[in-house]
Design a binder for this molecule. Sequence first.
Ligand SMILES: C[S@@+](CC[C@H](N)C(=O)[O-])C[C@H]1O[C@@H](n2cnc3c(N)ncnc32)[C@H](O)[C@@H]1O
Length: 248
Amino acid sequence: MAQRARFCVLGAAALALAVCACSEPQPSADAGGGAPAANRAGETAPVVADEEINLDLWLERLEVGSRELYSAREAVVEAVGLETGQWVADIGSGTGLYTLLFAEKVGAEGQVFAEDIEPLFLDLVTRRAADADLTNISAVLGREDDVTLPNESIDVVFIADTYHYFDDREAVMRSVYRALKPGGALVMVEFDIAQGEERPDYKSHVRFGKDAVISELEFVGFEFVGETAVNGLDENYFVRFAKPADSE
Ligand SMILES: C[S@@+](CC[C@H](N)C(=O)[O-])C[C@H]1O[C@@H](n2cnc3c(N)ncnc32)[C@H](O)[C@@H]1O
């Protein structure tokens, strides 16, 4: 009960995120709010015209040397430790920065599911995959509260700079838990904030730090495996969890 209260308290903060000013462009509020256009991995989501999303702007913001998740991307991918043939889900895949790198790592026998609630991002990732001749990437249009991936299908789930956007983190993470194979891994990369820290504008929208995230994920059933120090990540932490191998 106490743990549930923790989710609720943070949930209120998350609600504030939806309306807070943020240095990053925000996806449209209703993106993905209805029934999923694709609810089986492997289906490519149709594109819905959405004039609020400026893909060029997002590319400039997310794939720029001053963003450490971009400049340290090779080290991050190395730390994830993917193996050939694995099925990976990049939740909140955005412009596909990590999706494309993961696709090269798992090779043609593997699969990478780029999941997002914004169809225009998925369209961009699909085009970038085709341009790069990568045939092992599938776009999955999720819902705000569900990643809509098949149960026990995924070896590794990766969530970068996205957890703090979830309005209902418990529901999303329960759907991630279901999608992972028993023994599967969850890797999360997030901005850290210290208690009482005066935050610069670009992370003013992040309302909770690493310890709160670990508590929330343990509550859902994940085992905390540990934190990895990744070269080039200073403001973000990299943590790994597992779905217990004997989970039902
Ligand atoms: C700051 S971007 C991060 C993109 C990418 N992970 C990266 O690090 O470059 C956050 C992404 O989360 C997505 N997002 C927000 N809420 C989501 C949800 N409930 N489920 C899936 N994706 C979500 C947004 O559409 C956006 O693409």
